[in-house]
Ligand binder design. Structure first.
Ligand SMILES: CC(C)(COP(=O)(O)OP(=O)(O)OC[C@H]1O[C@@H](n2cnc3c(N)ncnc32)[C@H](O)[C@@H]1OP(=O)(O)O)[C@@H](O)C(=O)NCCC(=O)NCCS
Length: 350
């Protein structure tokens, strides 16, 4: 029989003191070296000095204050976080590091992150953000689990061969709206045509040349060819979001050669309806495709919604559809679990 001695562990977070400089410098050098070029010791000295000198950054133009915190396990330094309060109402994490021997054991990274969120809220920040090397998979996954979203990826950014992911976590998310009264149903021309046409024309008409009544007629006609499942028949799938029996959203999907699906338009009367559509598209279309892409001119809240659901930007089309307008292409790879869900459920076939 093995006997395990139980240790009581206390984890504390405190402001960094002058004597922590070597600990911070060592942690940063070891953790950052594989992913970033540059002098990490000098970087550590700079941010540490800023913290010690009253948190005032004498060289940063957007920085309101810089703060270093140390996590201690039973009074031994075990991790650090450096936070930069920005004038824009955001807080940057740069960096968050737990000493290798303490990782995955005491929840130190989670505690430092929670501390950073409370700190950022106290400073009235809208969001926390940071960057992490794409090749730093464990840290990246950790941050995704903690509610960070991917804003984008810069190739060969701080070091050749290493890509940098830009992440953010909104802090002021209001309570999730009640989405239970919104349902997505297959398009029924008799029931939905008038309202769907009106919604499409009012939302996309002016930004996409050629979107007019004739275009909508052609859209509805191609929906009638859906049974053919022939890509070259350019058939379309149409789904309607309904709330109180009214049309509040429309999605038109065109399966393409090689199995991606183009979504255009994707229109919704409210943020909640847009969210419901974006969240359900993978499962609705998994039976037809392995990848989705959409062309739209998004508002910031639409971008946040797409990123929340794992979509990434794939292209920008300046004046691709109309003068003075840049259309964006966003894409999503459909996950195997969505395909399985469709196989296991009765599919609502349009
Ligand atoms: C990412 C990093 C900060 C995570 O720190 P950590 O202390 O290992 O993380 P945690 O222990 O809080 O969480 C990791 C997992 O450990 C597990 N864990 C083990 N023991 C635990 C405990 N006692 N309490 C809580 N979680 C525990 C949990 O499963 C947790 O999973 P979760 O994220 O789903 O909650 C750390 O791995 C690190 O320093 N990596 C390098 C950092 C780096 O490269 N920084 C540069 C870019 S900013």
């Amino acid at each position: 029989m093995h006997r395990y001695k139980k240790y009581s562990v206390t984890v504390d977070i405190r402001k960094a003191k002058t004597g922590d400089v070597d600990f911070v410098s060592h942690l940063m050098t070891e953790a950052l070296e594989p992913f970033y070029d540059g002098d990490h010791r000098a970087h550590a000295r700079r941010i540490f000095t800023t913290h010690i000198n009253g948190n005032v950054d004498s060289v940063g133009q957007f920085s309101l204050g810089q703060y270093t915190f140390i996590a201690e396990v039973n009074h031994h330094p075990a991790g650090m976080i450096h936070l930069v309060v920005k004038k824009q109402g955001t807080v940057k994490i740069s960096p968050l590091i737990v000493a290798p021997e303490y990782r995955g054991k005491f929840g130190i990274g989670s505690k430092l992150l929670r501390y950073a969120e409370d700190f950022a809220r106290k400073h009235h920040a809208r969001q926390l953000y940071c960057t992490v090397a794409a090749q730093n998979q464990a840290t990246l996954k950790f941050l995704f689990r903690k509610g960070f979203h991917l804003a984008g990826k810069a190739q060969d950014h701080y070091k050749p061969g290493i890509d940098e992911c830009m992440l953010y976590k909104p802090l002021n998310q209001s309570a999730a709206p009640d989405l239970s009264d919104i349902s997505i149903v297959p398009f029924d021309e008799k029931k939905h045509a008038v309202a769907a046409r009106q919604l499409i024309l009012s939302r996309v008409g002016s930004d996409f040349n050629g979107v007019d009544d004739t275009w909508v007629d052609a859209l509805f006609a191609s929906y009638q060819r859906r049974e053919s499942r022939d890509i070259n028949a350019k058939y379309k799938l149409i789904f309607i979001a309904e709330q109180d029996r009214k049309v509040v959203g429309v999605v038109v999907a065109t399966p393409k050669k090689g199995q991606p699906i183009k979504i255009m338009p994707l229109v919704a009367k409210s943020e909640a309806v847009f969210e419901v559509l974006v969240a359900n598209l993978p499962q609705l279309l998994a039976g037809y495709s392995r990848k989705l892409y959409v062309h739209l001119i998004p508002e910031p809240w639409q971008i946040a919604c797409l990123q929340r659901h794992g979509w990434t930007i794939e292209g920008l089309f300046p004046e691709g559809y109309a003068l003075d307008v840049t259309v964006q292409q966003w894409g999503l790879r459909i996950k195997k679990r969505d395909i399985k869900k469709v196989r296991n459920s009765v599919r609502s076939k349009p």
